[in-house]
Design a protein around this ligand. Sequence first.
Ligand SMILES: Cc1cc2nc3c(=O)[nH]c(=O)nc-3n(C[C@H](O)[C@H](O)[C@H](O)COP(=O)(O)OP(=O)(O)OC[C@H]3O[C@@H](n4cnc5c(N)ncnc54)[C@H](O)[C@@H]3O)c2cc1C
Length: 235
Amino acid sequence: MQGKIIDKKEIAKATLQVTFEIPDEQFTFKPGQYAFITLVTPPYPDERSNKRHFSIVNSPNQKHIITIATRIRDSGFKKSLQELPNNSLVEIGPIAGGFILPSENNRPLVFIAGGIGITPFISMLSYIKEEHLPYQITLIYSNRDQSSAAYVKELQELARTLPNFRLILTMTEDTSWVGENRRVDVQLIKDYTKNLKNPLYFVVGPPAMVDAIQKTLLEAGVNPENINIENFTGY
Ligand SMILES: Cc1cc2nc3c(=O)[nH]c(=O)nc-3n(C[C@H](O)[C@H](O)[C@H](O)COP(=O)(O)OP(=O)(O)OC[C@H]3O[C@@H](n4cnc5c(N)ncnc54)[C@H](O)[C@@H]3O)c2cc1C
């Protein structure tokens, strides 16, 4: 389906948020899903094509728009996305992905995000707040430093207003940060979850980080069925 860029802004260091308008009445998605974005008139060539997939950041209750967030890089695709003016046409779709909220909401959920891997969780948490869904959630959000951490203010506001939502921020390379600074491993997860084996885990980020956390949870005896992952290939 056709769409167009309606807004772009830098929301953290080397991190661009882009919003697309989609006139199609049928357009919808589930929180946590991703969309393929194809640039119709990219100013720069890219050997890996002018198409990438991105988790959708906004809630599906916001009709006719998709917001994504991405790290600015020197690929032809990213340079084009950065330079294309508002009203530039894009192709959106397909919408895909099984990384969505469980139908059962009686088990604690542990969300673990590495860097830009935060994107699907913003959609999920916004939707949970809007629909007053009784999920019990702990979000462990790891970044190198505060300047490259996207959506921190929004998450801190949600932590103040969304019942049963706890936010754990860890900055692993920021000496000015007064707070958690450990890398995410099983000890850190244990420190913030009562019973390691009970929650459903949702882990998103660069493949190396996701693999390491999945491995550490499995070694700690967590049932593989309780671990949902989304690998942000390309990082
Ligand atoms: C389900 C899903 C959701 C995603 N959501 C987001 C999001 O919300 N925000 C975001 O920034 N990114 C997201 N990504 C990643 C995104 O699609 C891009 O791959 C990423 O942004 C890097 O794009 P690039 O143009 O900067 O780098 P590229 O030039 O595309 O890639 C950088 C390097 O990674 C290598 N690479 C890329 N893809 C693969 C692959 N599949 N396998 C092996 N090597 C690869 C390339 O060869 C290159 O060396 C998502 C990916 C998936 C699978």
